[in-house]
Design a protein around this ligand. Sequence first.
Ligand code: HXC
Length: 267
Amino acid sequence: MGVLADLRPPDRPMTVLLEREEPIAVIRLNRPEALNALSNQLMSELVGALENLDDDEAVRCIVLAGDDKAFASGADIGDLSNPTHLELYFGGRIDKWDAIRSVRTPIVAAVSGYCLGGGCELAMACDLIVASETAQFGQPETNLGVLPGAGGTQRLTRAIGKSKAMDVILTGRFLSAREAEAAGLVARVVAAEAWLDEAKRVAQAIAAKSPIGVRLAKESVNQAFETNLRAGLEAERKAFHLALSSEDAQEGMKAFLEKRKPEIKGK
Ligand code: HXC
């Protein structure tokens, strides 16, 4: 089972909660006493939940949320404080982040309150971020004598550019939701009471489309960060042809011409 093993001792509560509202599902991080710090248990349960949902055809889009106060305050500093190099390397930590990156179902991060360190990296590993106006984004690892270790130096820099990323990472300052939106980190900012509903609305809009087109589009956009322009355009063209040959694409275009709603089958 590797990283998917349920590492939770029998007396410990679940650190992620799953709400199914098909065709979407909502995963809630559930360690409010630690501002949803990403403990080893939480990361294992999160990856398990994501992989199960990714295999479930009834779920077309996933919302990943914390609570009003925090999306996640980062890696659990208690877990991080004394590991040996070997534990870090072989402890499955990296595999969990790779597993999140491999999820093909679109994931909307719904962020309210603190979104820091590994929490900000987790939000950035999702496909887009919907934020409450209360959200605060930061990579304060340099305050602890370390640096972002799950993609922060790479994803934040690609999202907001070198100068702002250096400002955030080297000084440890937080970006407000509005600043994060203006810089390109966040897709939408909404009023404090609306963050989760708005994220669900976005997820419903995605889930209403063909999962074939949507998944291939996600894969293709991600190629923009993995490769050069020529190879990215080639990957997009192949994905486009693949989507075009699906029943959903034929139905989508036929329905447009017949001025009716398409019947999406996921085929
Ligand atoms: C463990 C944490 C935690 C964390 C908060 N808590 N963040 N526990 N790991 N990352 C716990 C606190 O110890 C406290 O527990 C409770 O949550 C509430 O936190 P307070 O500090 O009392 O709240 P507040 O004063 O409102 O301050 C909020 C905060 C602060 C600004 C978010 O908690 C903070 O600075 N947290 C650390 C943020 C951080 O440095 N993140 C990066 C981590 S390193 P008690 O028991 O006292 O009530 C990282 C590396 C990623 O993420 C590498 C890849 C995995």
